[in-house]
Structures are given as structure tokens and as C-alpha cells.
Design a protein. Structure first.
Length: 434
């Protein structure tokens, strides 16, 4: 029996679910993370350049290369473990190393990325993070460590702290960029927390920072769009107001409307991808925070509360800019339809006037035709009477009928006959045209 053939890319689609496994970590440890993104058209970049850049790093340490066509890689790199992932708009590098230094966030692991290699990256640094993972005996010890160290490591005004994953760990961070260009996170892992669980916690923190940064790059665009929408909205209101009080210069008004509509469409088409991506990244940030299952610790703000106060306003600005742009587009369409309707009505009135004048001309032509037909009857009758009289004059002389009586008898008969013939021809023509 011949086996069934597989659906195209069945195995590739199945393997996609397992393409980016979580790291397995044991406390204490450290991690350094960078996300690199092109400034323009990042989604359409040549991804072979990302792979080539990765290979250059691996060659520095004599590490094996990724498989052809791979969009992720994991393997030993010097004294640490490298995890590389290729995403739609960016690429990420993470190095995990065992142990922690006495000086918190000293950046020694980050030094594993050579400066000249970083300078040759096909893009710019979107975010760079340092993660310090310590082990504590229990949640009480974690609270003591928070009180002792977090205020030294982070800016207290921005610090977010939470107990996560049913008491498995305490996480903290202030989402600020330090003097060395890194965002710092701390994880206090309670004894007994599994290596995979700890890896998921660290991975979620890095994803929150990355997707937060990716969504925030839409904010400058949103502000630009909002400013331009205000100007275009004012111009549109002026045009509509002019339409309400004046019926002149419809062509000039239409030209202004078309110019505004074209600019609105340009704004929409040039910002659609960025606004759509911001919404998707925002959803990922909120989802990653939700699955951490945060619990408050020492009356401090949680990551969710931090995002509500600091991050959500920026996202609301982006959503507001998109909504106003769409509303302006709809208003332009309504104004165009209104002006088009007015032009159509004016054209209809002109058409009615033209038809009325055509009716008048047709009636005049009919009267003229009837006059011409009457003259034609007279002319034809005149020649017909003379022709018939010339034929019947000898007959009349034979019977003693004078020439005058011949004309008197023939004239009404010929006139009626000619009139009947012309009328019949006109009716036949009318039936054929109808």
C-alpha cells in the first residue's frame, strides 16, 4: 500500500513550535542581551547579513556554525552560552554565564561581544540588557535582599518589583538605561526553582523589554502624524464651512479636497505597518507580564503597574493618532461625497435646462416642418392641377366644359389628394422611427 504524502512544509510548520526553546539556567548566573534592528525597512532586510554577522562572532571563538536557513542558534561561546534568534524586524543575541560578580552589573559578560564586531552590526542597538540572577533561600530572604540591594542597583522612583510564578522568584528593574547603555534586571531565585522555570522567567523579562522598545519606536511617528492631522483637519473644516455658505468654485474646492485626501492616504499607507506592529508588540508585552502572575512585595509597584503608568500613555497616544487619522480619512470621504452630490445636482439642473431648450427647438422645428409641409402641399397641388388641367382640357372642350370649370373641379380634388398623400407618408415615417 502506497503511503500518504505529507502536506507541504508539514515538518517545517511543526518544528516552528519548537524553534525557540527557553534557556535552562541555574542560579547564580548572569546574562547579557542585545537586540539589533535596522532603522528602515527592517522587515524587508537581507537576513543573510544577520547570519553572516553571527558567523563572524562564532568564528572569533571557534564555535560551530548554524544550520543553513536557520533562524535561531544555541551553543557554547567561550565561557558562556550564546542564544541567537532572528525575528521579523530585529535579531537578538543573549549570552548566559554561570556565577555573578561581586560588583553588580559590571558588564564583564558584555565584553564577550567585541567592539569592532558590534560596530559592524547590520543595524542599530534597539536595546541592551544586563540580568543578574541570585539564589535565595526563601521569600523572606528575597524580601531582605530587595530591601538591601535594589535601592542601590536601581532608581527607586522607577523601580518595579514583583513576586512571580507562584513565589518561584522575585524580579526587579527600573527600565532605565545606565551610564554604560544597558537596562538592568535582577532576579532572586528561591531555592528549589527548576532550571527551566528560571530560564522562562529570565526570557520573559528580556521579551518584555524588547517588545516594549519595539512598540515605543512608533511614538515619534504617532506624534508626527497627530501634528499633521491637526493641520489637515483645520483645512478640511475650512473647506466644509466654505461649501456650506457658497456654491461657487466647486472645481477649486474639489482640487483642495483631493489634495487633502491624497496627503491623508499617504500618511495612512506610510504608517500602517508601524501602527499595526505597535499594537501587536503591545499585546505581547501585556501577555508576557500576565503569565508572570505577579504578586506585590513590600508595597512596591509591580511591572504591570509600571506599564500602566509609564508605558500605556505612550501606546494610547499611538492608538489615538491612528484613530484620528482614520476619522480624518472618513471625513474627507464624506466631504468629497457631499461635494460630488452637489456637483451632480447642479449637473442635473443644467441637463434639465438643456433638455427643455431641446424641447423648445424640437417644437419650433415641428412647427417649421408643418409650415414647410403646408407650402409643399400648395406647391405640389399647383403643379398637379396644371398638369391634370392640361390633360383634361381637350376632354372638357369636347363636352363643352370651360377651362375655368376644369380648374374649379380639379383644384379641391388635387389639393385633398396631395394633402392625404403627404399625411400618409409622414405617419409611415413616424411609425418606422418609433
Amino acid at each position: 500500500m502506497k503511503p500518504l504524502s505529507d502536506y507541504p512544509e508539514r515538518y517545517a510548520l511543526s518544528n516552528e513550535l519548537h524553534a525557540r526553546p527557553f534557556p535552562e539556567l541555574s542560579a547564580p548566573c548572569r546574562a547579557v542581551y542585545i537586540a539589533i534592528k535596522r532603522e528602515k525597512n527592517a522587515a524587508e532586510r537581507d537576513r543573510a547579513e544577520d547570519v553572516e554577522h553571527l558567523v563572524q562572532l562564532l568564528d572569533r571563538y571557534g564555535a560551530p556554525h548554524p544550520a543553513p536557513g536557520a533562524n535561531h542558534y544555541s551553543g557554547k561561546l567561550g565561557r558562556g552560552t550564546l542564544k541567537w534568534e532572528q525575528h521579523t524586524e530585529f535579531v537578538t543575541y543573549t549570552i548566559f554565564a554561570d556565577g555573578v560578580a561581586d560588583a553588580a552589573f559590571d558588564g564583564s559578560v558584555h565584553a564577550m561581544f567585541p567592539d569592532d564586531w558590534l560596530a559592524a552590526a547590520p543595524g542599530k542597538v534597539l536595546t541592551s540588557c544586563l540580568v543578574r540572577v541570585e539564589e535565595v533561600a526563601d521569600m523572606r530572604a528575597a524580601e531582605a535582599r530587595v530591601a538591601e540591594a535594589f535601592s542601590k542597583w536601581f532608581v527607586p522612583e522607577s523601580l518595579a518589583v514583583a513576586q512571580v510564578i507562584d513565589g518561584a522568584a522575585v524580579i526587579g528593574g527600573d527600565f532605565r538605561i545606565d551610564e554604560n547603555g544597558h537596562v538592568r534586571f535582577a532576579v532572586l531565585s528561591c531555592a528549589g526553582t527548576g532550571r527551566r522555570r528560571l530560564g522562562r522567567i529570565v526570557q520573559r523579562l528580556l521579551e518584555i523589554e524588547t517588545y516594549k522598545s519595539m512598540s515605543m519606536i512608533t511614538l515619534p511617528l504617532a506624534r508626527t502624524v497627530s501634528g499633521r492631522v491637526v493641520v489637515l483637519d483645520r483645512e478640511l473644516a475650512e473647506i466644509v464651512g466654505h461649501m456650506a455658505v457658497s456654491k461657487d468654485d466647486d472645481q477649486a474646492t474639489l482640487d483642495r479636497l483631493l489634495k487633502i485626501s491624497a496627503e491623508v492616504e499617504l500618511l495612512s499607507s506610510s504608517s500602517a505597518f508601524r501602527f499595526g506592529a505597535a499594537g501587536a508588540y503591545e499585546a505581547i508585552v501585556n501577555q508576557r507580564i500576565e503569565i508572570l502572575r505577579e504578586e506585590r512585595i513590600q508595597s512596591r509597584q509591580t511591572f504591570a503597574e509600571f506599564m500602566t503608568r509609564r508605558y500605556d500613555p505612550a501606546m494610547r497616544t499611538c492608538r489615538s493618532a491612528l484613530a484620528r487619522l482614520r476619522e480624518l480619512s472618513q471625513r474627507c470621504e464624506r466631504a468629497s461625497n457631499l461635494l460630488r452630490t452637489r456637483v451632480d445636482v447642479a449637473s442635473s439642473v443644467q441637463n434639465v435646462e438643456v433638455l427643455a431648450r431641446m424641447d423648445e427647438r424640437a417644437a419650433l422645428q415641428l412647427r417649421l416642418q408643418e409650415t414647410v409641409e403646408g407650402l409643399s402641399v400648395v406647391a405640389i397641388s399647383y403643379y398637379a392641377v396644371n398638369l391634370a388641367a392640361n390633360i383634361l382640357r381637350p376632354v372638357g372642350a369636347t363636352y363643352g366644359i370651360s377651362e375655368g370649370w376644369v380648374y374649379a373641379v380639379l383644384t379641391p380634388l388635387v389639393v385633398l389628394g396631395v394633402w392625404w398623400m403627404v399625411r400618409r407618408i409622414r405617419k409611415r415615417i413616424a411609425r418606422r422611427d418609433g
